[in-house]
Design a protein around this ligand. Structure first.
Ligand code: NPG
Length: 369
């Protein structure tokens, strides 16, 4: 498809409640919305780079720079056939996966709208609703955490993830396990430990957790292999898996037993599908991670999570868990069986609420050939 223009929207959206992880506290989620135009069609994508470089080295400002000064000149006026063609064209940009993935998403939306196919169909998804859970940020105390978890369980979420950090790990997880002995529970450290300090996590092995996510450095695979050898509970890698190649390294090194797939982190939906295929061939379960997406990225995550290897519930909660007002007309809701229905319309299957997008836009720029 010939790309006529790209419009970048630097967006900041207030969260319904602050979200705290081992790397910081967010009250307003930033991202870049990308509108790609081809002929009379507009495809939307979401670049999940945040304001601060806490999760990734990329930020909304570095992504803006990469998109404007490097990606757009490689793409505008060009006939971009598909995602593989897109990846080849941006291969000269080293790293900056979150930026690239935002444009790839917009391209999929365009292709789907052109061909009258949903993203789920195009990616090879096999389910029309996907199992989901909720990720609960660090709270003031273990008691407050138990209360927050109880609220989400009452809303119908059948899988809970809690954030941990040194000093707020075994105590928090034990309190939740004690209050809710039977629930599917997992923890996420967001790289807050070293191989040495992770010794404090040993008691987690007795809490019947689904997994322990990314305990060690964001660029580490080797030490995770050493740590996995010391734990019965599966280690799940998130930050460390930035490409299908890194997934292969982790599998070959036995650094984890589960992988969290985020299209942003691996540089696009096509790369996410490649990681999925590799894990499936190796018998590793995967699940879809979340980055507090708007309705645009949420639609993309739902389509991705409909692939058959996504056998664990994703961090894809209902819209109301994140935003009082979203930038899509659709609001995603939780079904009775802790699933969310995958959009079935062409492309992402969503309609952007232009007025809401305008309300949350800090800066906007259109790039043409
Ligand atoms: O439900 O979208 C969600 C949030 C899931 O915990 C979640 N995301 O480390 O995976 C993470 C974390 C995150 C949020 C990471 C925002 C980066 C930015």
């Amino acid at each position: 498809m010939k790309l006529d223009s790209l419009t970048l929207f630097h967006v900041s959206m207030p969260l319904v409640s602050p979200f705290e992880t081992s790397f910081g506290r967010t009250t307003d989620r930033e991202c870049i919305v990308i509108a790609a135009r081809s002929g009379g069609l507009t495809g939307y994508g979401e670049c999940v780079a945040d304001r601060d470089p806490g999760y990734s080295y990329e930020t909304s400002h570095t992504a803006w720079h990469i998109l404007k000064d490097f990606a757009a000149p490689l793409l505008l006026g060009q006939d971009v056939a598909d995602a593989a063609d897109f990846q080849q064209r941006v291969a000269s940009i080293r790293g900056h996966n979150l930026a690239k993935a935002g444009v790839e998403m917009a391209l999929w939306d365009l292709l789907g709208k052109r061909d009258g196919k949903s993203l789920r169909e195009m990616l090879g998804g096999s389910r029309d609703r996907v199992p989901v859970g909720v990720s609960v940020g660090l709270q003031e105390s273990p008691e407050a955490l138990v209360q927050a978890v109880g609220k989400y369980l009452a809303e119908g979420y059948a899988r809970i993830k809690i954030k941990i950090k040194p000093g707020r790990d075994v105590g928090d997880a034990s309190a939740v396990r004690k209050a809710f002995p039977k629930i599917k529970l997992q923890v996420d450290a967001n790289s807050a430990y070293t191989l040495e300090t992770a010794a404090a996590l040993r008691p987690l092995d007795d809490l019947d957790l689904l997994l322990i996510e990314q305990p060690l450095n964001e660029d580490d695979i080797w030490d995770h292999a050493k740590l996995q050898a010391q734990f019965r509970t599966p280690i799940c890698l998130d930050e460390s898996i930035v490409s299908p190649r890194h997934a292969r390294y982790a599998i070959e090194m036995k650094a984890c037993q589960i992988i969290n797939i985020k299209a942003g982190r691996v540089g696009g939906l096509s790369q996410a599908v490649a990681v999925h295929d590799l894990c499936r061939a190796s018998g590793l379960p995967v699940w879809c991670g979340g980055m507090l997406e708007t309705g645009i990225g949420r639609a993309s995550n739902l389509a991705l999570a409909s692939l058959p290897g996504f056998t664990l519930p994703g961090d894809i909660s209902a819209s109301e868990r994140y935003y009082a007002r979203d930038i899509t007309r659709e609001r995603f809701t939780l079904n009775d069986d802790s699933t969310i229905t995958v959009p079935s319309g062409p492309g992402l299957g969503i309609c952007v609420d232009e007025a809401a997008l305008k309300e949350f836009t800090l800066n906007e720029m259109t790039l043409c050939e």
